[in-house]
Design a protein around this ligand. Structure first.
Ligand code: G3P
Ligand code: MG
Length: 242
């Protein structure tokens, strides 16, 4: 059965990626300050199974570490600087854990789109861990999170672990058999690159009962065009209050 969920129109992408180092506590706080009520962030696992907030498979771009996250333990990862690459004023930022992020969201009274972004080969393992973490630790005061992934294996797995979860299917482009995929993963929303959609496609997805969320929309004029053709929500690096 489909659950009701109130998804806001504007969602902060990796927090407020344009203003602060992505996927950090500072970025989530900045998104709140800018007036959005939800943030999106990416979750993956360290070698020893700690769930962390991180986009890339490698440490190099967004930290002072090097190499594959899948091969590093939390004891090493927790010491890294995840902010200086963006600006020296963020040198105290660390890679947050999922659990720490749940507590912050509770403090800020913010909802979330949790994107499962498994390191290659860990699609099921990471989804099991994320499903358990949400089931046991998601703050009950907050609206239920929307859980998305480009990995359909992760989505099928997370839904098995926690059948109540609300699932969003992430696509780079819309596959011909999207309806079949959506039914298989039991998704309630479709998340897709704004550059590959048009009014007809949006209408088709809406007619089938699926709200469409598009990423990454940093231009407010473009956001208005998308809302006018029926897009439900947008992910943006530069959040604003609607
Ligand atoms: O969830 C929307 C968007 O974050 C998907 O792409 O690569 O930024 O995680 P990416
Ligand atoms: Mg993401």
């Amino acid at each position: 059965m489909l659950q009701k969920i109130n998804i806001p129109k504007i969602i902060g992408h990796r927090g407020a990626k344009g203003h602060a180092p992505e996927n950090t506590i500072a970025s989530f706080r900045k998104a709140k300050e800018l007036g959005v009520t939800w943030v999106e962030f990416d979750v993956k696992e360290t070698e020893d199974g700690v769930l962390i907030i991180m986009h890339d498979d490698e440490l190099d771009r967004t930290t002072n570490g090097k190499g594959a996250i899948a091969k590093k333990n939390w004891a090493v990862i927790k010491e890294l600087d995840a902010g200086s690459w963006f600006h020296s004023s963020f040198s105290n930022e660390k890679i947050p854990t999922l659990e720490e992020t749940f507590l912050l969201l509770k403090e800020l009274n913010m909802g979330a789109n949790i994107e499962i972004k498994p390191c290659p080969g860990r699609e099921e393992r990471t989804a099991i861990a994320v499903g358990k973490a949400i089931k046991e630790k998601w703050p009950q005061e907050l609206p239920p999170p929307l859980v998305s992934s480009f990995s359909m294996d992760s989505l099928v797995t997370v839904k098995k672990v926690y059948p109540n979860l609300i699932i969003g299917a992430l696509f780079e482009t819309l596959p011909d058999d999207w309806k079949k995929i959506i039914l298989k993963v039991q998704a309630q929303t479709i998340h897709i690159d704004h550059e590959v959609v048009n009014a007809k496609m949006i209408q088709e997805m809406k007619d089938a009962g699926y709200p469409v969320l598009t990423y990454t929309v940093n231009d407010q004029k473009r956001a208005r065009e998308l809302f006018n053709i029926g897009v439900h929500s947008i992910f943006t690096d530069f959040p604003w209050k609607e």
